[in-house]
Design a protein. Structure first.
Length: 267
């Protein structure tokens, strides 16, 4: 009896809690320092480096034209906006409920977009791993998608700090449409401006061509594919004055030599 009485008085060890699974920890409301560092590395720095060292997708490809050059402007504008929103969210954290829902929808759109890009590039990434050894960077969009989906989840589930009402579902959808629509409209407008300027260079007189070249100079980063029309016209022209005019316009727009570009395209 005495042994039983003493045993009952001894403090009982609390059952150890099972550690949460990997995915539950990634999307838990609590934020850890390693997660923040991961988000900065693969949500902001990683995508920028992929664009800078891109050898195949949006810039001049290895042994051929870029795979997705037609979508380059939209992807660059959309990604830049997403990176800015992610950095803003990481710096400020939850705020007014409407803002939480809005930025949550925007980041959700970014996560879905990265998943789609990652799946589209997966075959080329696998091929690049065997041929060039750099294809592993093609899987970066999957890590970036994790970053945006995790922060989107936290934004959408953040505590209410202000009224939201029936707009709980409408605001995230509005954020998704806004963050996708603005880059799309801007990329279309840039394309129209560049196409108009290139047409004036190819079809207009010397004065109009010079004016058009100066207008296009600030947009040269977004105008690679359209500017190749000038290179093609230069290569096909037989009149020396015409070639000099096209060469001068190309130099004004890009600051580069049209002969070098023509040689690259001829390879």
């Amino acid at each position: 009896m005495e042994v039983q009485h003493i045993t009952e008085q001894l403090p009982r060890a609390e059952p150890t809690r099972a550690r949460a699974g990997f995915w539950r920890r990634q999307f838990a409301p609590s934020i850890t320092r390693p997660q923040v560092l991961f988000d900065i590395a693969f949500g902001a720095i990683g995508p920028i480096l992929c664009f800078v060292f891109d050898p195949l997708v949006f810039r001049n490809g290895i042994g051929g034209a870029p795979l997705l050059s037609d979508y380059r402007n939209f992807v660059y504008l959309f990604s830049g906006l997403q990176i800015a929103l992610l950095c803003l969210w990481l710096l400020t954290g939850p705020a007014w409920q409407v803002w939480n829902k809005l930025i949550g929808g925007m980041l959700l759109c970014g996560g879905i977009f990265c998943l789609v890009v990652g799946l589209a590039l997966a075959p080329f990434s696998l091929l690049g791993m065997f041929l060039y050894g750099i294809g592993i960077f093609g899987f970066t969009p999957f890590l970036t998608a994790l970053v945006y989906l995790r922060n989107s989840s936290r934004a959408l589930r953040a505590e209410k700090v202000g009224p939201a009402g029936f707009a709980d579902a409408l605001i995230p959808v509005s954020g998704m449409l806004l963050v996708a629509g603005l880059p799309l409209l801007l990329s279309i407008q840039i394309h129209l401006m560049v196409s108009r300027g290139v047409s004036e260079i190819l079809e207009g007189d010397s004065q109009r061509a010079t004016f058009a070249a100066h207008r296009l100079a600030p947009l040269s980063f977004f105008a690679n594919s359209e500017l190749d029309q000038i290179v093609n016209a230069y290569s096909a022209a037989s009149d020396e004055r015409r070639r000099e005019q096209l060469k001068s316009c190309y130099q004004v727009i890009t600051g580069e030599s049209i002969e070098n570009r023509a040689a690259i395209r001829a390879d």
